[in-house]
Design a binder for this molecule. Structure first.
Ligand SMILES: [Zn+2]
Length: 369
């Protein structure tokens, strides 16, 4: 069984001024990255920093920045997005207009219905223009599926897929910390027969495991997924990541000195003191975090490849229903899986964090008619 998934770390403009990971002489080598066109268009220096990516060796995915644009109430010119995506990457997303209302939250919060028609129309216009403006033969343009309810997502896909041929589709589960939400997007994509998927913003290890498990069963070609976890600076996250991945210590900045040295290439190259005494410490720490996440990703692949039973054992007990939901959904389809797992979905702690309307399925239109 070959692994049909690729983890794509988000390349932050600040981090990449200092450190990169896609050149053979970097601290570690991993030729996959994602950059957002929103920031590429705003920061010419960021574009410069991405131009040494080996496009023949890995995946340089460009997010369109549609979500940033709509939350910042800006309009990006689709032709500019296409141009900068082609300049930096070998894959990219259409400039989607998420059905986001300014009264709602960034996670939609039940606000998708009122914006749906307008958003899908603008998305189609952008996608059409980008298909026309595409110049690079090998550049793969991905459609994006948006929507809050299952009915909306199906309708969105039906409309946008008529615009033209896309090489793949991006899924945007909201919130992406909700594994049932992630799983239902994946099941729907399989049901629609999509062969090349990208899942946006999978920030935690359990999300990564769910995607890898799906990829091991999917009939599709490749599932990529991105995460900005490593580069999100700030004391909270850095403590969480350190404690999660290296078992060093929670009170990182106070207690880091004197703890056993991490043997990762970043810590070995730079030394621990950089995290405490150097103004660049947070960037270095992001690289350590990224290396740890990549190692975890490899370990999960290995376990999944060699011993699926072990994979079942190590998965968190409360996440087991998510895996069964995936298995059942791939076998019987999303509607049947949602019916069968409705009590699990409704009693899951993850479901309590989600907004209303996510798990309304058959017969529900919610603005998508
Ligand atoms: Zn380290």
């Amino acid at each position: 069984m070959s692994m049909k998934n690729v983890y794509i770390p988000v390349a932050g403009s600040t981090l990449c001024q200092q450190y990169k990971w896609w050149r053979e002489n970097d601290m570690f080598y991993y030729p996959n990255a994602l950059a957002s066109a929103y920031y590429l268009l705003k920061e010419p220096k960021f574009v410069e920093n991405m131009l040494d990516f080996p496009l023949d060796k890995g995946i340089m995915m460009c997010d369109s920045g549609g979500f940033q644009a709509v939350t910042q109430q800006e309009r990006l010119p689709p032709q500019d997005v296409m141009a900068v995506e082609e300049k930096c990457g070998n894959r990219g997303l259409i400039l989607d207009v998420p059905p986001y209302s300014f009264g709602g939250t960034a996670m939609f919060g039940g606000s998708a219905a009122e914006r749906f028609e307008k958003s899908v129309k603008e998305t189609c216009e952008n996608a059409e223009l980008m298909l026309q403006k595409r110049e690079k033969k090998n550049f793969e343009l991905f459609g994006v599926i948006q929507g809050e309810s299952e009915a909306q997502k199906r309708k969105w896909f039906e409309i946008v897929s008529k615009v033209g041929e896309f090489e793949g589709w991006a899924l945007s589960p909201k919130p992406s910390t909700d594994l049932f939400q992630v799983a239902s997007h994946l099941i729907l994509a399989e049901e629609l027969g999509l062969k090349n998927l990208h899942v946006l913003q999978i920030g935690n290890i359990s999300g990564m495991m769910a995607i890898k498990y799906f990829a091991s069963m999917s009939k599709g070609d490749l599932v990529t997924f991105d995460s900005s976890t490593a580069i999100r600076y700030g004391s909270h996250l850095r403590r969480m990541i350190i404690s999660l991945f290296t078992n060093v210590t929670l009170k990182f900045s106070d207690d880091f000195k004197g703890t056993p040295m991490c043997q990762c290439p970043v810590c070995k190259t730079l030394g621990f003191d950089i995290y405490i005494n150097d103004p660049k410490g947070l960037r270095a720490l992001a690289m350590h975090n990224l290396y740890e996440i990549l190692s975890t990703s490899n370990n999960i692949d290995m376990i999944l490849q060699n011993d699926k039973e072990e994979f079942f054992k190590i998965r968190a007990g409360k996440m087991a229903p998510v895996y069964r939901f995936l298995e059942y959904g791939l076998d019987k389809g999303l509607d049947k899986a949602a019916d069968k797992f409705r009590d699990k979905l409704e009693t899951s702690t993850h479901i309590h964090q989600t907004q209303r309307g996510i798990f309304s399925f058959a017969g529900e239109t919610n603005g998508a008619q």
